[in-house]
Design a protein around this ligand. Structure first.
Ligand code: PMV
Length: 330
């Protein structure tokens, strides 16, 4: 069998965070989460199964990979091969629209694109939910990049019930994520190790117990486009996650002084100047500043003055992972 397919997937930013696993092998999360796909911050991946290959091959942005990234991708292909009853190895070529080392998480868009392209190339025709669940095995947050717009990942009970679905399309709410890049260093502790440490924090239990309420509040704020309620829950949830990170053993302190400086300005712009703006932060020092598209220009200028013109990226709500090309020959 020779099958080849290409898929494009957006990264996503979580408004209610996923941190810690109930089952780390299956990446079943400790709690549910909500996110927005980021248009233009994309990974394009081509998977070509070829019976003549002796082993899988991987290139990211044109560079052959042999280390950890290769092992993770090859293992992910094993899941797809097992489902399709396929033995052939594959050549995988992946391209990110954003520079690696911007501190932007590429694993979500990477594993969503790999899953959708890989399954199509293997001749599998699966539901969006099934594709989302498979993407989750590669990187938890990748399951949220499979559906479009605003997505909710229900924690679920097992592999089949732990997947994300869209709760609103991209045009539901004209939000924009302005990413203030305060450091381009590669993070020292990745999220896989971070998830594993979550339970060492005494705060993780209360964060997880309270998650369904935060999900409910965030979903409602999103669906009713209530920015004030949205800002309050998004910042609160990010701080809850960072409180867990900071109190884990060993502690994970992702913020830099510049992170805090952006956070303080955002709070000031909202609380004293009445602008619709809030922040959220992932497992790194960069700050995702969420505002409405009407205020994009004003806030971009303010952020550029703080962190430098070349260090602000903008992403509006993005669509689902899409297959752009597929060819199967038996
Ligand atoms: O999917 P992972 O293992 O890269 O974990 C993502 C973790 C956060 O980005 C910090 C939170 C989230 O929900 O995206």
């Amino acid at each position: 069998m020779m099958g080849r397919a290409t898929a494009v997937s957006c990264a996503n930013i979580a408004f209610i965070k996923y941190w810690g696993n109930r089952d780390s092998r299956l990446r079943l999360p400790a709690n549910g989460s909500i996110s927005m796909n980021m248009a233009g911050i994309e990974t394009t991946t081509t998977v070509a199964f070829d019976e003549n290959l002796e082993r899988d091959e991987l290139a990211i942005n044109g560079e052959t990979q042999r280390g950890e990234a290769f092992v993770r991708v090859s293992r992910h292909l094993d899941h797809i091969r097992a489902l399709a009853g396929l033995g052939a190895r594959a050549n995988v070529a992946s391209q990110n629209s954003f520079a690696m080392g911007t501190g932007l998480a590429s694993s979500a868009s990477a594993f969503a694109a790999l899953t959708v392209a890989g399954c199509a190339a293997a001749g599998l025709s699966l539901s969006e939910a099934a594709l989302s669940a498979i993407a989750r095995l590669g990187s938890g947050s990748a399951c949220r990049s499979v559906p479009g717009g605003f997505a909710e990942w229900c924690a679920g009970k097992d592999h089949d019930t732990s997947y994300a679905e869209s709760i609103a399309p991209p045009d539901h709410w004209g939000l924009v994520d302005l990413i203030a890049i305060v450091s381009r260093e590669h993070k020292q502790v990745g999220s896989t190790a971070g998830h594993a440490a979550a339970d060492t924090s005494p705060l993780q239990k209360s964060r997880v117990v309270d998650a369904p309420k935060r999900i409910e509040t965030c979903r409602k704020a999103l669906l009713t486009r209530d920015f004030d309620a949205f800002a309050a829950i998004v910042e609160h949830d990010a701080l809850m996650m960072h409180a867990v990170m900071m109190t884990s053993q060993p502690p994970l302190l992702y913020w830099s002084p510049d992170t805090l400086n952006v956070m303080r300005h955002v709070i000031d712009w909202r609380e004293r100047q009445g602008l619709p703006v809030c922040y959220t932060i992932d497992a790194g020092p960069n700050v995702h500043v969420i505002t409405t598209q009407e205020r994009q220009e004003t806030l971009t200028a303010r952020l550029e003055a703080l962190v430098g013109g070349e260090n602000v990226l903008a992403a509006r709500p993005g669509g689902p992972t899409r297959l752009i090309d597929a060819e199967i020959r038996h």
